[in-house]
Design a protein around this ligand. Sequence first.
Ligand SMILES: [Zn+2]
Length: 136
Amino acid sequence: MVRPVMKDIFFLGQKSEPATKADVQVGRDLQDTLEANRAACVGMAANMIGIRKNVIIISMGFMDVIMFNPVMLRKDTLYETEEGCLSLPGVRKTIRFQNIEVEYYDMNWKKQRIKLSGWTAQICQHEMDHLEGILI
Ligand SMILES: [Zn+2]
């Protein structure tokens, strides 16, 4: 289901809680909401649709990856960049890692590990920040 995009800074500033297998529907709602905002959005966190659970979605270009309870295992090489956010106006400067490795549960609740670099790594870090209540 397509959900309205949360813009309440107080809500978005709160930390999210661990997701469980019962939250798989949240992943589907994120998928639908990202699809509806595709022109302006490359990733989302569950709190952006009003659900404070550790679920994110990242557009990889050719496909979207939904991650439950993502954990950063490795990160290296900082650089400065600019980002926008569907929940905020404009773009802001931020610092990101070039390369990351993330462990997460997928829609079938199987543990997965993925190495990301550059653009997709940047999106993933932005969305994982949302789970901590951190905005750019
Ligand atoms: Zn954002």
